[in-house]
Design a protein around this ligand. Structure first.
Ligand code: ATP
Length: 443
């Protein structure tokens, strides 16, 4: 299967099953913005909850924060985003399209998509111009430069400006971290590949504040921890790798940067970045705000500006990795089937409950079982329509790990069969043990 075939199939499955829809589709769609449907939002919430649980709840050295999207405009001057968060663009006078100068070879001419911009004699590429990726708007009724405000392009700055607030309120000592999950906005020039690069997206970022000199060691620890997290979601190990940025690739604030990359259908691409940002951000905020952001160690009397190790993962990009990694087509029992082999922990629906036939009281038993699971906070789905085979196939595509069938024997001895999505094995257990059986496998 070619990479565009795979992506096309994924986009179509995502729409069909209610994972992801194009934003404002009935109006022809909005450029590179997507909406999450009933199953998509569950998958995304599971990703965020697993991240939060591991990064915040299971540790005593990371605190949560939810900073606002709109921040004081000086924040973005201090961070370097007003000045430096830019891509050089070239405009073609012939087709009126703008292209990123650094990736011209990957783009298509506006009039002749079979060639790259500049390749055709009729192309008229202009001089490169810098273009800022931040979305701009105005605060209050006056639309002038003094009221300009930005939609944040990353969540990290909210953690830096709140560093001392969090540290004192939570009575933390360095080393400690601040974690946030939230929306970020970038007016990307070349968005695309479905939800890989979009203009509105969600990030899960953690800033870990450490004493200078201990930063390299913490960097290694966090990189290892983040890799372990991706594996815990069931992502295939051979499709993950790390890529260290060379001196030419490093961002202005970074001493070291390593990307955790995934092998997407369109190649190895960044999924998460782990960065040693030194004291760049805190120092700049001290400079621009005029406020001290030093950490004072109450015990030892030390004072210093901490270094920061950042872990930054895209939530939407993780969803795309999970969908890509899980997608497979295969033949079973002489029939083609499409399966989303999602790990049970991230799967939107954990169990689908079917009555074998629509009579003899089986629907009532099955509906009751589904209700009981839902009340026990296990997302479950009742389905009585179509043949059992059809019902299995629908759940295979939706990524549901277990299908539970209520049959004649259930009415007699209270047992049900559970069919495993991947191995297709069936086991028969007492219905009263169903919740425990599922819970054990979600751990
Ligand atoms: P890229 O090189 O892909 O533009 P980046 O290095 O600018 O990404 P960071 O600023 O480090 O990315 O952001 C951290 C994470 O946020 C990325 O690893 C990615 O998962 C996610 N991310 C960044 N930009 C986008 C986007 N436009 N759409 C979706 N996710 C994004």
């Amino acid at each position: 299967m070619s990479s565009s075939d795979t992506m096309e199939k994924l986009v179509s499955l995502a729409k069909r099953r209610g994972y992801v829809f194009q934003s404002s589709e009935i109006y022809g769609g909005t450029g590179s913005v997507w909406d999450y449907g009933p199953l998509g939002i569950e998958l995304k919430r599971n990703v965020k909850e697993l991240w939060w649980s591991r990064m915040v709840h299971q540790r005593d050295d990371v605190e949560g924060l939810d900073a606002a999207i709109l921040m004081h405009p000086r924040v973005w001057e201090a961070s370097g985003h007003v000045e430096g968060f830019t891509d050089p663009l070239v405009e073609c006078k012939a087709c009126k399209k703008r292209f990123r100068q650094d990736t011209l070879a990957d783009q298509a001419c506006g009039r002749k998509p079979s060639v790259t911009p500049g390749e055709d004699a009729a192309c008229e590429l202009g001089e490169p111009r810098l273009f800022n990726l931040m979305f701009r708007t105005f605060m209050g009724p006056v639309e002038d430069a003094a009221h300009t405000i930005y939609l944040r392009p990353e969540t990290a700055q909210g953690s830096y400006v709140n560093f001392l607030n969090v540290q004192t309120a939570a009575r933390q000592k360095v080393p400690f971290g601040i974690a946030q999950i939230g929306k970020a906005f970038r007016n990307e020039i070349t968005p695309g590949n479905f939800i890989f690069r979009t203009r509105e997206f969600e990030q899960a970022e953690m800033q870990f504040f450490v004493e200078p000199g201990t930063d390299d060691e913490w960097f290694d620890r966090w990189l290892e921890e983040r890799m372990a997290w991706h594996l815990s979601l069931g992502i295939r190990e051979d499709r993950l790798r790390i890529h260290e940025h060379g001196p030419g690739e490093l961002a202005h604030y970074a001493k070291k940067a390593v990307d955790i990359e995934y092998l997407f259908p369109f190649g190895w691409k960044e999924l998460e970045g782990v960065h040693n940002r030194t004291d760049f951000d805190l120092r700049r905020h001290e400079e621009f705000s005029g406020k001290r952001l030093q950490y004072i160690d109450s015990g030892g009397g030390k004072r210093f500006l901490p270094y920061v190790v950042e872990t930054a993962v895209g939530v939407d990009r993780t969803v795309l990795v999970l969908l890509t990694d899980a997608y497979r087509e295969e033949e079973v029992e002489g029939e083609e089937r499409v399966v989303l082999g999602l790990h049970p922990r991230v799967a939107p629906i954990k169990a689908a409950i079917f009555p074998l036939v629509k009579k003899d009281g089986l629907p009532e038993i099955a509906a009751r079982l589904a209700r009981e699971l839902r009340e026990a906070a296990i997302p479950s789905f009742y389905d009585e329509s179509g043949s059992i085979g059809r019902r299995y196939r629908r759940q295979d595509e939706a990524g549901t790990p277990w299908c539970v069938t209520v049959d004649g024997q259930t009415a007699e001895d209270g047992t049900v069969t559970i069919r495993d999505r991947d191995s297709l094995e069936q086991v028969r257990i007492d219905a009263s043990h169903l919740e425990g059986w599922i819970r054990e496998r979600l751990r």
